[in-house]
Design a protein around this ligand. Structure first.
Ligand code: NAD
Ligand code: UDP
Length: 365
């Protein structure tokens, strides 16, 4: 992809050092002549680009209004990825979650409206909450329970279920963005990602981060340490996983086609990759064993844990999240093509290469 069809010249990536940001920066630097202003408090995942002349890195907090404004001013397009987006935080540090997913990024939205910058904002598939049928105690309905951007109601749990702080903060920000579009002429696109997976996702606890990462890294930590893979509530809930390469294709289509994506919300996900978390664990055990024949004598297993035990009080889960992606297909000409097994093979290969040495040292110590 080039920038021939797009008006992008200078792009500001807020949260550039995260999982999605690092992949987006990598693709933009490889495939376009755009200049990237990358803002993040942590440069570990983008160290490979720091010397690229088309990349300018700023180690600042998005709260540093003056410093951020400098980069917004120099950009025509702003991609806002900054968030605390790890479910283990939603019910344990809910005020920080609301702050990082609503209060702080709202200032970015306001600045983009005032400076007349195009904003591509990362929301989440979690704004949909649970399926309507699940809340009503009914079985999944393959017509009404598929998530559609322009018609599906957003179904969150009670206030005491603090799990929904993240979804609620993201939803309110979507509403603020929509209102800025209507009232202040903000040119925006909202992206709702459906469980992107790939290299550089999250961290391994005790190696390059602390706490509980998202499920891919949790399971990789278990596999690499020969511990049981923990299935929250038996792993009965389901997700649709999307290869990060497919996701980045969609983002590049959004960036390259401002007219088709302006004032739109897009589900970005791969409905063909839906699986239960128990099913995910099984595939990951099989792939890991295939990729590490030297572990042939290890018998990997799963262990059921309650959500109360794993996340603590206030956790509730989304039952299923299946996206309708017809809008992205029609307006962007985008479709995902990577199956779950291939996406997982690439991701697992990355973790093996990246972390085996560090884990071996941890065992020796
Ligand atoms: P991530 O945690 O890997 O990246 C977020 C980045 O933001 C981190 O590098 C962090 O250092 C940075 N950051 C946080 N607060 C900051 C601040 N105040 N100032 C500067 N930098 C700050 O997350 P990700 O998976 O790359 O997700 C990116 C976006 O996509 C988030 O908005 C998230 O809610 C959304 N999202 C992602 C997924 C997914 O599948 N990965 C799913 C749903 C939604
Ligand atoms: N999960 C699990 N074991 C783990 C980590 C997560 O069973 O070690 C479950 C979690 O309860 C949820 C699903 O995996 O049902 C996906 O969790 P993740 O943290 O990746 O993010 P979510 O999709 O909930 O935002």
């Amino acid at each position: 992809m080039t920038n021939r069809t797009s008006s992008v010249r200078n792009i500001c990536l807020l949260g550039c050092g995260g999982f999605i940001g690092s992949h987006l920066a990598e693709r933009i630097l490889a495939d376009t002549d755009w200049h990237v202003f990358g803002i993040d408090r942590n440069p570990a995942k983008i160290s490979a680009f720091l010397t690229n002349p088309k990349f300018t890195y700023a180690n600042i907090d998005i709260d540093s209004a003056e410093a951020v404004d400098e980069y917004l001013n120099r950009s025509d397009t702003v991609v806002s990825l900054v968030a605390l987006c790890n479910p283990s935080l939603y019910n344990t540090v809910p005020l920080q979650v609301i702050d990082s997913n609503f209060t702080r990024p709202l200032k970015i939205v306001e600045r983009c409206a005032a400076l007349r910058k195009r904003l591509v904002h990362f929301s989440t598939c979690e704004v949909y909450g649970t399926t309507i049928s699940y809340r009503a105690g009914m079985p999944f309905n393959s017509t009404t329970d598929i998530f559609r951007e322009e018609s599906t109601p957003l179904v969150l749990g009670p206030i005491s279920a603090q799990r929904w702080t993240y979804a609620c903060a993201k939803q309110l920000l979507e509403r603020a963005i929509f209102a800025h579009g209507k009232e202040n002429g903000l040119d925006y696109t909202i992206v709702r990602p459906f469980n992107f997976i790939g290299p550089r996702m999250d961290f391994l606890p005790g190696i390059d981060g602390e706490g509980v990462p998202r499920v891919l890294a949790c399971f990789m930590d278990a596999l690499l340490s020969h511990k049981p893979l923990k299935l929250v509530d038996g792993g009965r809930n389901r997700r649709t996983f999307t290869a990060i390469t497919d996701a980045i294709d969609a983002l590049m289509a959004i960036l390259a086609q401002p007219k088709n994506s302006s004032r739109r919300i897009f589900n970005i996900g791969n409905p063909a990759n839906e699986i239960s978390i128990a099913g995910l664990a099984k595939i990951m055990i099989d792939l890991y064993s295939e990729l590490r024949p030297e572990c042939a004598d290890v018998s990997f297993c799963t262990q059921t844990v309650s959500s109360m035990e794993f996340y603590g009080p206030g956790y509730e889960d989304s039952d299923r999240r299946v996206p309708d992606i017809s809008l992205a297909k029609k307006l962007l000409g985008w479709s995902p093509s990577v199956c779950l097994t291939d996406a997982l093979r690439v991701a697992i290969g990355f973790y093996i290469k990246e972390y085996s040495g560090a884990l071996a040292c941890r065992e020796v110590v």
